[in-house]
Design a binder for this molecule. Sequence first.
Ligand code: NIG
Ligand code: FE
Length: 413
Amino acid sequence: MTLAIVNCSQVVTLAGPARPRVGAEMSAIGILANGALFIRDGGIVQVGTNDQIEKLIDGDCEVVDAGGRIVLPGFVDAHTHPVFAGTRVDEFEERIKGATYQEIAARGGGIQSTVNRTRAASLDELVAIGKRYAQWFLRAGTTTIEAKSGYGLSLEDEIKLLRAIKRLDEETALHYVPTFLGAHSIPPEYRARRSDYVSLLIDAMLPQIAQQKLAEFCDVFCEENVFTTDESWRILSAARCHGLGLRIHADQLSLGAGTQLAAELGATTADHLEHTDAAGIAALKSAGVQPVLLPGSVYALGSSRYPAAREMIDAGLAVVLATDFNPGSSPTPSMLTILSLAATHLKLTPAEAITAATINAAYSLNRGAQLGSLEPGKIADLVIHDTDDYRELAYFFGVDHVWSVYAAGVRIS
Ligand code: NIG
Ligand code: FE
């Protein structure tokens, strides 16, 4: 089973040091002009010039002529909430008319309204709904997503969501990296006794989820009126004892101590960071925490408070970009849209944004050795985009640049 992809105006390899890229490295995306790739059994064997690769082609090899288009690694979307029932299109209309995300949440809408519908859905129903979104991700050029639970908020419903994620990973061409987000909201039945919910998370949910190996990471929504710093500390510390990696929703709607907590606990990522200040950036730097920036949620909430991405890059943080795909704050699966927002609002160059959406994202999911760049030995997850200049991906927005998508060397879109 060999495959050659030839005649690419640019192979955007992201080749470089075997670690997340920082500072000026984020601009060095390893472009090979007039390049080609040779793939065997789903893995990349060689990346080189057309002439070099053509010498490897024999009669059994499938040859794809990219027609002067560009090839990139499949996008790695390191922050999504992709398993939920129903939509929140009614709340979308209310927000257009002036209601805020927090007001809607305070009266029992928001995350809770998705929880109600998701609890009522069966595992099979959630898998069927999730498959539709999996196709959206794949068609948009994303081949791996981090996938959070968090719309169950009971032992059995959180396990149902994580099982749905496992089935979606097995039954679709999209790769899912599962994260337990039981600490997404305090469910109404625990509002008057919130410490009991924290105990349920720590004493019942985490042990079972870890034992059944249903998650690789644990996340907490650390925010005013959601989980306090102290509660977040207890939950994430317990998760760490179970061997889970840590992620945290921090400083999304207000400045808190989430970044300090992420640093103290050695979290893999701190996500959102719209309100993070210089002290927070310094804390993330000192502990090597990767920031995951989600400009789609800022845009879709109609806010203009984007995170201080330039300061983060200048401080030497290995910035990641993701969609935050979810029914409330960020209903988009499109990493191309995120590249455009990153350029216009975060002031990342197209090259920096591509680094943040591929190799840095892969490292933030412990997949840096397998994914995120086009180098020998890596999995052949790649996308041919219909342009001859990678910068157009961030420049022409609202355009479906994706020409074809390969997962482990097999064309899937
Ligand atoms: O990342 N902030 C918390 N969680 C999601 C929103 C989830 C929802 O509104 O359903 C986010 O923005
Ligand atoms: Fe999120």
